[in-house]
Design a protein around this ligand. Structure first.
Ligand code: NAD
Length: 253
């Protein structure tokens, strides 16, 4: 194995499938992989995903699909393998964060959050995992959150779904390590995307939260993308089953 810096961070010839790739963190990770030479497969529930992919180059694929729909996941994964032959990296970034107080959380809000955040990540990892087992190699990132580790007001279903991601990640890492596959989670604090700082964390609520963070600010999507790049590179083959917390020190207090 060549561990030179340029070699381990060279993604040319790699195929990276990114869910939630039209926007936010998923889009930012896609841009970084494209810069490093990877071929992208972007999946999202919105049509904008085609525009995001084609803006990065005509070689990239894009699919519209709901990550919680088993048939859609199976057909997108098999369609990708048919067209590109292999999938080296999976980033499970699609997610939603509808909020309500614990006592008011409806079954619909709970089920939808679990379906997108947890079932969607499970389905993509299961289908792509089968392909990676055949290939005897692969890298998977499941996007969790600081909400997996600490209570956040109004985030009952979201916290539960992200805590579930950590348990799922550990089992996938345990079972698939023997096949040359690493599986890790990333747990960001609020990231300045539509879902994060531009959404429910805008305004006074966000300012109060930042004042409790050692670094005193929210994260930029690029700061999450670089971590994903590292955890899917040739430099990180010994890291699996981990949860990389990117929270400006919030959970260290
Ligand atoms: N932004 C934050 O503050 C923050 C913090 C911690 C963790 N996260 C996690 O990071 C991930 C990405 O968040 P983001 O900030 O980029 O959000 P975002 O809203 O900017 O982007 C999420 C993307 O996922 C897509 N999506 C949603 N439901 C889908 C479904 N059912 N099927 C397919 N695609 C779907 C959306 O269309 C969107 O393009 C999520 O899992 C989120 O929980 C975000």
């Amino acid at each position: 194995m060549d561990y030179s810096f340029d070699k381990v961070f060279d993604f040319s010839g790699k195929v990276a499938l990114i869910t939630g790739g039209a926007n936010g963190i998923g889009k930012c990770i896609a841009e970084l992989y494209a810069e490093r030479g990877a071929t992208l497969v972007l999946v999202d529930r919105i049509e904008k995903v085609h525009e995001t992919a084609s803006a990065l180059g005509s070689q990239h694929l894009s699919w519209v699909g709901d990550v919680s729909d088993e048939d859609s996941v199976k057909s997108i994964v098999s369609g990708t393998v048919e067209k590109l032959g292999h999938i080296d990296i999976l980033i499970n970034s699609a997610g939603i964060g509808p909020l309500d107080k614990a006592e008011d959380t409806s079954v619909d809000l709970w089920d939808l959050t679990m379906a997108v955040n947890l079932r969607g990540s499970f389905l993509y990892a299961r289908e792509v995992g089968k392909q990676m087992i055949k290939q005897k190699s692969g890298r998977i990132i499941n996007m969790a959150s600081q909400a997996a580790l600490v209570a956040l007001d109004g985030h009952l279903a979201y916290c539960a779904s992200k805590a579930g991601i950590l348990g799922m990640t550990r089992v996938q890492a345990m079972e698939w390590g023997q096949h040359g596959i690493t599986v890790n989670a990333i747990s960001p604090t609020v990231v300045e995307t539509e879902m994060g700082a531009q959404g429910s964390w805008a305004g006074e609520r966000g300012e109060i939260f930042k004042s409790k963070m050692p670094v005193g600010r929210f994260a930029q999507p690029q700061e999450i993308a670089h971590a994903a790049l590292y955890l899917t590179s040739g430099a990180s083959g010994m890291i699996t089953g981990e949860n990389l917390v990117i929270d400006g020190g919030y959970t260290a207090l």
